[in-house]
Design a protein around this ligand. Structure first.
Ligand SMILES: NC(=O)c1ccc[n+]([C@@H]2O[C@H](COP(=O)([O-])OP(=O)(O)OC[C@H]3O[C@@H](n4cnc5c(N)ncnc54)[C@H](OP(=O)(O)O)[C@@H]3O)[C@@H](O)[C@H]2O)c1
Length: 242
């Protein structure tokens, strides 16, 4: 698809993981305004239902743990039955904690990789047939500035996000033959519930407002179809370790 016209999200089936709160919720609100058909996944169905009430009938929600393959398969059946094949996948769900490596349990290390990399790779893999038949397919993965640099006490998370970055960049090269644009977003600190700390602890300029990051996601997704923003990094000016 070679066009210099801005890509549209109107009528596109957009699947967003981790949409119950934080950045995923802001992305859902932003793309809902563009007329996208939204499919939203996270574990907390109560929060998803609240969001659906705000977004209206073109929004479908399903409570699923993205590391649970059976639940994800059921969610995809439900989403496709209403919205058809997926055109745009936003891998936003993620988790991690600021903890010395030796104090993480073996399960916590595995879970960090499962959520931030394995589930992302699996979801892209199972959605490839949908994406290959879309006229304007896009995959955007939210990694982190820690996908580009190391940080003590974030070893599991940082290495998982490095892997997500490698996945995204490799697929960007592989899937361009199919007209699928694969993008990576590496934000610094965002003021959300990430890591268990309540939203409001890192307001601008120390953390990014999630709605402002969602504007960047919208911008990346709506560039003309020949233009690939394969990686974007952004930071709040007050981030102390940047
Ligand atoms: N906040 C930051 O400073 C920061 C910086 C750089 C990158 N990021 C990345 O930004 C993305 C969004 O995080 P956030 O800041 O918005 O954090 P958040 O407020 O904690 O939200 C995380 C979202 O991911 C979902 N999630 C986590 N584990 C899941 C699982 N096993 N299955 C399904 N959904 C799951 C959560 O939903 P449920 O709990 O309802 O399942 C929630 O909707 C993540 O990929 C994160 O790594 C965050």
């Amino acid at each position: 698809m070679e066009t210099e016209k801005e890509s549209t999200l109107r009528g596109a089936h957009v699947l967003i993981t981790g949409a119950s709160r934080g950045l995923g919720r802001s992305i859902a609100m932003r793309l809902g305004r563009e007329g996208a058909k939204l499919s939203l996944m996270a574990r907390n169905l109560v929060e998803l239902e609240e969001l659906k009430a705000a977004l209206g009938p073109d929004c479908r929600v399903y409570g699923a743990d993205i590391t649970d393959n059976e639940s994800v398969a059921k969610a995809l059946d439900y989403f496709r039955s209403g919205h058809g094949p997926v055109d745009v996948l936003i891998n936003n769900a993620g988790s991690g904690s600021y903890t010395p490596f030796g104090e993480l349990s073996a399960d916590e290390i595995e879970q960090t990789f499962a959520v931030n990399v394995t589930a992302v790779a699996r979801l892209i893999h199972v959605l490839l047939p949908d994406l290959k038949q879309s006229a304007d397919a896009r995959i955007l993965t939210v990694a982190s500035d820690l996908a580009r640099r190391p940080l003590a006490k974030m070893a599991a998370y940082s290495s998982a996000k490095h892997a997500a970055s490698g996945l995204s960049h490799s697929l960007a090269r592989e899937l361009k033959e199919d007209g699928i644009r694969v993008m990576l977003l590496n934000p610094g600190v965002i003021d959300t519930w990430f890591g268990g700390s309540p939203k409001g602890q890192t307001p601008p300029p120390y953390g990014l407002n999630a709605d402002h990051v969602a504007d960047v996601v919208w911008y990346m997704l709506t560039r003309p179809a020949y233009l690939l923003m394969d990686e974007v990094s952004l930071h709040p000016m007050g981030q102390s370790d940047f």
